[in-house]
Design a protein around this ligand. Structure first.
Ligand code: NDP
Length: 333
């Protein structure tokens, strides 16, 4: 069986040299365990943080050990009472052809309800991040004007559409290419801009107009966060979801230099980790499935083929090669 190991810790942008494709034996099954043939795996920005040797809310990946992450696979062999061969499962041991794990950690999914890959994205962690971040963290309410950065990505594209579905007055998104901007308009965003077209603050002010914004869903940090603070209305709320503009830089982080505006505007900035909102997973899935059914929500997926290309898929994700959820399709023999 093949797996991708962390060969060394990246400094700044990850490169191919930080990863190693290794051939390893498949472990013997023990009582309670399942053997899974992986079919899809997720690459996510948070994995970049786990490649650093720093204490965080998830422990760092270990050097010379396989990486981990969300995956969907088929049970080949089961010594777990609740699984049988042929079951499709969602679990946390991606980055490898075959996974052996405790059945308790392999959740059976129903592909009659939704395609397998949606359990990694819109109906999985991505959807919960968007839904809980917007409604519970930013306390979105009907009539709010919402700005979301990283808007053509997996989380961001859902945030904008969920806000629209729940009665936002206006939704503005930013993304890294004109093609993505067009996609946002097609998805129903009221306005969108390419953040490479000049200072974010100027582009945002143009898109927002005089009414300002009530909610900022931050996937990016830095200059975007500073720009949002400058146009937020009194009592505005920020859900701090990610700061991808800073994950791969070795420079000192930029901004927000205007944070003191939060005092007079009485802003709320709240960071969050999706894992702390698991109690809303059922609610999120139910509502998102409803919006998917009535056509108010659509999701994009970008596929890369082959385990050997997973490191490149991960790097490409952080360079913006994806529209919607980035997924690696595996086909172990
Ligand atoms: P995305 O699908 O959004 O992929 C990442 C995107 O980030 C790229 O497509 C790229 O799009 C954009 N990007 C990269 N560099 C920059 C930059 N310097 N400035 C602006 N945009 C940039 O990934 P996810 O939807 O999975 O994640 C989005 C964010 O949410 C990340 O910050 C992630 O860490 C965070 N997150 C947080 C969670 C939590 O629990 N708090 C859970 C899940 C995700 P473009 O072409 O537009 O530049």
């Amino acid at each position: 069986s093949r797996e991708i190991q962390l060969a060394s810790r990246p400094e700044g942008w990850p490169t191919d040299e930080n990863f190693r494709l290794a051939e390893v034996p498949v472990p013997q099954l023990e009582d309670g365990q399942v053997l899974v043939r992986n079919l899809y795996m997720s690459v996510d920005p948070y994995m970049r943080g786990r490649m650093n040797d720093v204490k965080s809310y998830v422990p760092p990946f270990r050097i010379d050990a396989p990486l981990e992450g969300g995956a969907i696979g088929e049970v080949l062999e089961s010594r777990s009472e609740s699984h049988k061969a042929g079951d499709l499962v969602l679990h946390g041991l991606g980055w490898r052809d075959y996974a052996v794990l405790d059945g308790k950690r392999a959740r059976i999914i129903d592909t009659a309800l939704a395609p397998a890959t949606t359990y990694l994205g819109v109906l999985g962690m991505t959807g919960l991040t968007a839904y809980a971040g917007l409604t519970k963290v930013a306390q979105f309410k009907e009539g709010d004007v919402v700005f979301v950065s990283g808007a053509a990505g997996a989380v961001g594209s859902l945030v904008g559409q969920i806000a629209k579905a729940m009665g936002a007055k206006k939704v503005i998104g930013s993304a890294g290419s004109d093609e993505k901007v067009q996609r946002l308009l097609d998805l129903g965003f009221d306005a969108a801009f390419n953040y490479h077209d000049g200072p974010v603050k100027a582009r945002l002010k143009e898109a927002v107009g005089p009414e300002g914004i009530d909610v900022y869903f931050d996937n990016v940090g830095g200059e975007h966060l500073e720009a949002a603070i400058s146009v937020l209305n009194k009592y505005g709320r920020i859900a701090m979801c990610g700061a991808i503009s800073q994950y791969n830089t070795t420079d000192a982080p930029t901004g927000p230099r205007n944070l003191a505006l939060a005092i007079g505007k009485e802003l709320t900035l709240r960071g969050f980790i999706v894992g702390s909102y698991n109690q809303y997973a059922g609610e999120a899935t139910e509502r998102i499935a409803g919006w998917l059914n009535d056509g108010r929500l659509s999701y994009d997926e970008t596929f890369v083929e082959g385990l050997e290309n997973a490191p490149q898929a991960f790097i490409a994700l952080m360079k913006g090669a994806n529209k919607g959820k980035m997924i690696v399709a595996l086909d172990p023999t």
